[in-house]
Design a protein around this ligand. Structure first.
Ligand code: CTP
Length: 409
């Protein structure tokens, strides 16, 4: 379950319209409740044909009504919409319904300036006109800064056909929708984050690598997307489970393996980025020669490996920066004697590389790598500690973005 460091308890109205995907919304409500949020479900009368009222009440732990005539004295349908930090409509109404019937859901959600976006169930042989009208509808809704369309997914549809039109899975809606209730201070920024650890091949079965899991870099990408950035995540050998945390409509993932591939990807991405974060652990050296066949003891083995130095990607990005407003952030994992030594190493490294910010943390045999938590200091251009953050890697990521927002202001 993702933890959102900067989003506290959110007041959420979940609107449900009549569609078979309403059963998925039950799980979405469960996820929201489990994460500690206050949820009121507002189904249309039609939605109750698919999932009944007792289910919504027991899952949301709140009374559910579909009539604007209930509790009229307290004008409940208006109060509900006004109090909501976030309104999620899932599933959305069918494409062709221009207006919804005036019911509980429309009257409550209208208070949040909501108009239903079209559901994009395109038939298998979608005609171009249909597609164009759906796209126009989406553009119209996207023009409203407070209305965000999440999905649709591509896959099997209820009618047995398949294509774009499936409602996203509850976990994906949860991950994408909730951050809209949090800060959006990176909106409009293009961000590139490198994460994980490079692997330098020795032969087809062996490599030189490091212990980076990629968790901190993935958390940085997810936090940036949640705060409104368009993110490119350059992922070096990150496990599927960790990478799943970066599932977000605004994150594009590019997988690479070696330091040379990382260098190439970062140079290409940096040219179109407002912020570049080098969170990946890069191998400083690679084997001078990579054997085509497996090195065997029979054929002499490998008592020593000759190494060649890899380029310093971060220093190169700083040196070749053409946009003076671009922010470049480096990371450093150190094994210091004490905190003072840690900061000193961080300051020297920031200066040597020329990064605008350097995020430094202590690592050891049992510290830092693969752990869900982290403790970092963010060092600025004059060597001062701008932020000290300790907590989940997501919380630390948000603290790093706070520092980025701070120096760009
Ligand atoms: N880095 C890089 N290219 C390299 C090595 C490191 O871009 N070839 C980046 C890392 O992504 C990180 C920062 O530089 O953001 C510091 O990494 P680190 O390995 O600590 O730096 P080194 O220069 O290798 O220093 P050390 O000798 O202490 O390992």
């Amino acid at each position: 379950m993702p933890r959102y460091g900067r989003i506290g308890r959110v007041n959420i109205v979940v609107g449900v319209t009549g569609g078979i995907a309403a059963y998925k919304t039950v799980h979405l409500v469960r996820l929201l409740i489990k994460a500690g949020h206050e949820v009121t479900v507002v189904p249309t009368a039609d939605a109750l044909q698919f999932v009944g009222l007792p289910t919504w009440e027991s899952i949301s732990r709140n009374p559910v009504t579909v009539s604007v005539h209930d509790d009229v004295a307290r004008v409940r349908h208006v109060a509900l919409g006004q109090a909501a930090d976030l309104v999620i409509i899932a599933p959305p109404p069918p494409t062709r319904s221009r207006r919804w019937p005036p019911d509980w859901l429309t009257t409550s959600s209208a208070r949040r300036c909501w108009r239903p976006p079209p559901r994009r169930h395109r038939p298998r042989d979608a005609h171009r006109d249909v597609a164009a009208s759906l796209d126009a509808g989406e553009r119209r809704h996207a023009a409203r800064p407070r209305v965000h369309i999440i999905g649709p997914d591509d896959g099997e549809l209820t009618g047995g056909d398949s294509g774009p039109g499936r409602m996203l899975e509850p976990e994906d809606i949860f991950a994408a929708a909730l951050p809209f209730a949090g800060p959006r201070d990176l909106a409009g920024l293009r961000v590139t984050v490198s994460a994980g650890g490079t692997r330098e091949p020795i032969d087809p079965v062996r490599f030189l690598g490091n212990r980076s899991s990629g968790k901190q870099g993935v958390a940085l990408a997810a936090a940036a997307a949640a705060r409104g950035a368009e993110v490119r995540l350059v992922a070096a050998n990150i496990g599927t489970e960790v990478l799943a945390e970066a599932r977000h409509p605004s994150i594009r993932i590019e997988r690479i393996g070696t330091a040379a591939e990382l260098a190439e990807a970062m140079k290409a991405a940096a040219a179109a980025s407002d912020v570049v974060v080098m969170a990946a652990a890069v191998a400083d050296y690679r084997p001078a020669a990579v054997e085509d066949g497996k090195i065997t003891k029979e054929a002499g083995g490998m008592a020593a490996i000759e190494l060649t130095e890899n380029e310093d990607i971060l220093a190169g990005l700083v040196a070749s920066r053409t946009d003076a407003s671009q922010t470049i952030v480096g990371f450093a994992a150190e094994t210091p004697r004490d905190e003072e030594d840690l900061l000193e190493r961080g300051r020297r490294k920031r200066e040597r590389k020329g990064a605008d910010l350097l995020v430094v943390n202590a690592v050891g045999w049992k510290q830092g790598f693969e752990a869900p938590d982290n403790c970092v200091h963010v060092i600025g251009r004059t060597g001062e500690v701008l932020v000290r953050s300790e907590g989940s890697k997501r919380e630390v990521a948000d603290a790093v973005w706070d520092a980025v927002v701070g120096i760009r202001a």
